[in-house]
Every structure is written in structure tokens, then in C-alpha cells.
Design a protein around this ligand. Structure first.
Ligand SMILES: *Cc1c(COP(=O)(O)O)cnc(C)c1O
Length: 349
């Protein structure tokens, strides 16, 4: 058996999804004439209570288009130290938009509004950089799928608005937060000026993200998307996968959460210092190997030799992610392989 837990991006489109894609009505989206992408943008905007949406090929581009609407060149975006925007977009905010970033650290990426508000410095010119926006990641990827507490987002919104700051939600996995908490997507939408969501993570579409905001911001972002070379043509073909994902796969995410919890509990039985299963709220299991005589790369290699792929994201940090293509048999197999590998590592101490 081969079980791939490196990311929820590794899912392959199902036959049913491919069939829907093959039948999609299409047109030229640069002319605004693709009915399937238009209806997907409207549908997702509606879900979050936003005026408009813009399809982007990647979540990184959706994030970058969004923050570009909020922060002018030479101004500052605040984000958590291990956020995707800061660590995994290869400096795009600086390279493309002249945006500087400053960060606050948070255990498991968990948002405390005060952490962000305390370092915010609006209207600092002409000697210091002025803060103009704050980004929140929900769920927090490198924090281990952490769900951000609604009351902290409300407090952040209140404080930010008092300071005249804008808020961006990196909601690549906001679907997971929604499913795990039962909080309506619209309720998340209320507190943010711009939002990015991914269709290609747990929802299982092959490609696609949506940036959401006001009609004005989305119209401007559409121009920037074209400028960046991502004006696309008959993308109804891939937007149809997004529709299918929302129709069918959103309601399956709770299985990913159950399976991640199982893996965490199984691993905690052998190596309790690596993971607290109570902290596994969604589909990501982050293993802290700092007290074990093994590196993340070594654990990943041991697991790979037995057919289980995991990510080594830091010298002592390994990540497992459950997704649509992991069923209960794969989960149990991976649980056994990982507990045996950790057992061997502990024996060799
Ligand atoms: C995956 C992800 C993105 C977008 O990634 P792309 O690979 O560019 O689609 C953005 N934010 C978070 C938190 C992510 O996990």
C-alpha cells in the first residue's frame, strides 16, 4: 500500500468530478464570458457574504491579489510568523507589490487579537513604516490545522477598524474550520475586507482558488491578475471542478478530521511528547520531534520505506495531512507504520 499524507493538495480528481468538468459550458473568461467560472465566483462570494469573487489558479495568487488591494508599496502587512503569506509565497508581497511584512509569533499559529494589535503602527510616516493591514490564516497550516477562535477575530476586527486597518483572511482551509466548528462561512466573511479560499486542498479540485472582496476591489484585482499573466480563457473546465467540490466534497471534510484525530491518538500512544491529540482540530497533524532522537527527515524516510509519505517541514517538525484519497484502511495502515517507526526511534535512544 502507498499512502500519501504529505498534503491535501495531492488528491486526484475523481471520475465523477472529471465527468462534470467535461460537460461544463465554457467561454472566454478574459472577456468575462465563461458562464461556469462566473457562476462559481458568484456562488463563493454569496457563501461568504461578499460582493464579488475572482478565480485564481493558485491560493498564493489569490492572497497576493487581495493584499495588493489593501496595502500600498512601502506599507506594511502584519502576519503570524509561520503564516503561508510570509513563509511559503517566496517573498511575492515584496517582489510584486513592494509590501513589507512584520510578524508576531503564536504557539500553533493560534490567533490572539492583542498580539497583532500591539505591534500595529498605523500612520507612522515619514520615518517609520505604516501598518495598513493584518492577515489571519484560518485554519493555520504550519500551526497544525489550528482553528482561529471567532471571538479573537471579532476582537481583531474591532481593534483594527479603530486603527483604520484592513483585514485579510487567508482561508485556504476555511472550509475545514467551518465544518469543524459549525460557524457559518458568512460569519467568517463579516470580519474581513478580503478573503482567499482554496478549492484544491481538502475540497479536491485539481486547480483553483477564489479571491473575495468588494466589487470595486475584485474589478481592480481582475486587472492585476491579467497583468501577472493569469488572465485565462475557457476555465469553466476547471471551475466546474470547484462547483463539484462544493456540491459533493465539502460535506466529506469531517471524515478527514476524524482520521487526523485517529492518527494523532495512535502516535500519542507511542510518543506522547510529539503531539497532543486535543490540538488536532482539523485535517493536519503536526509532529514536534524535538524530544526524540530522530529528525523529521529521518522519520519521513523510515515511513517512506514502508509506503507512507509525510512532509518534513522543519528539522524536527513533520506534518501529516488527511484528505479525500485517504480512506479508513489507508489511515490504519499509516497509523501502524508511523507508530512502528516512532517506536524504533525511541528504542534506539
Ligand atoms: C496551500 C495554501 C495556500 C495557497 O497555496 P497555493 O499552492 O499557492 O495554491 C495559501 N495559504 C495557505 C494557508 C495554504 O495552506
Amino acid at each position: 500500500m502507498r499512502v500519501d499524507l504529505r498534503s491535501d493538495t495531492v488528491t486526484k480528481p475523481s471520475l465523477a468530478m472529471r465527468e462534470v468538468m467535461s460537460q461544463a459550458p465554457v467561454g472566454d473568461d478574459v472577456y468575462g464570458e465563461d458562464p461556469t467560472v462566473n457562476s462559481l465566483e458568484e456562488r463563493v462570494a454569496e457563501l461568504f457574504g461578499k460582493e464579488a469573487g475572482l478565480f485564481a489558479p493558485t491560493g498564493s495568487l489569490a492572497n497576493q491579489l487581495a493584499i495588493r488591494m489593501l496595502v500600498a508599496p512601502g506599507e506594511e502587512l502584519l502576519a503570524e510568523t509561520n503564516s503561508h503569506i510570509v513563509r511559503a509565497e517566496l517573498g511575492a508581497a515584496a517582489v510584486f507589490s513592494g509590501i513589507t511584512t512584520r510578524t508576531w509569533p503564536a504557539d500553533r499559529g493560534l490567533l490572539r487579537a492583542a498580539d497583532a494589535l500591539e505591534i500595529a503602527r498605523p500612520n507612522s510616516g515619514p520615518y517609520l513604516v505604516s501598518t495598513t493591514a493584518i492577515a489571519v490564516e484560518n485554519t493555520h497550516n504550519f500551526g497544525g490545522g489550528t482553528i482561529q477562535p471567532l471571538e479573537e477575530m471579532i476582537a481583531l476586527h474591532k481593534g483594527a477598524k479603530e486603527m483604520g486597518l484592513s483585514l485579510h483572511l487567508d482561508g485556504a482551509r476555511i472550509w475545514n474550520a467551518h465544518v469543524a466548528t459549525g460557524i457559518a462561512l458568512r460569519d467568517y466573511g463579516k470580519y474581513f475586507d478580503t478573503i482567499s479560499v482554496c478549492l484544491s486542498k481538502g475540497l479536491g479540485a485539481p486547480v483553483g482558488s477564489i479571491m473575495l472582496s468588494t466589487r470595486e476591489n475584485v474589478t481592480k484585482a481582475r486587472g492585476w491578475r491579467k497583468r501577472y499573466g493569469a488572465g485565462m480563457r475557457q476555465i469553466g473546465i476547471i471551475a466546474a471542478a470547484g462547483h463539484y467540490a462544493l456540491d459533493t466534497n465539502l460535506s466529506l471534510l469531517h471524515h478527514d478530521h476524524r482520521r487526523a484525530k485517529y492518527l494523532a491518538e495512535k502516535i500519542a500512544e507511542i510518543a506522547p511528547a510529539t503531539i497532543n491529540p486535543d490540538h488536532v482540530e482539523t485535517n493536519i497533524v503536526g509532529l514536534d520531534l524535538s524530544t526524540l532522537p530522530i529528525s523529521a527527515a529521518e522519520l519521513a524516510q523510515m515511513a517512506k520505506d514502508e509506503g507512507v509519505l509525510i512532509s518534513a517541514l522543519g528539522p524536527k517538525y513533520a506534518r501529516l495531512v488527511t484528505h479525500l484519497d485517504i480512506d479508513d484502511a489507508a489511515m490504519e495502515f499509516a497509523g501502524n507504520v508511523l507508530s512502528q517507526a516512532l517506536n524504533r526511534a525511541l528504542m534506539s535512544k
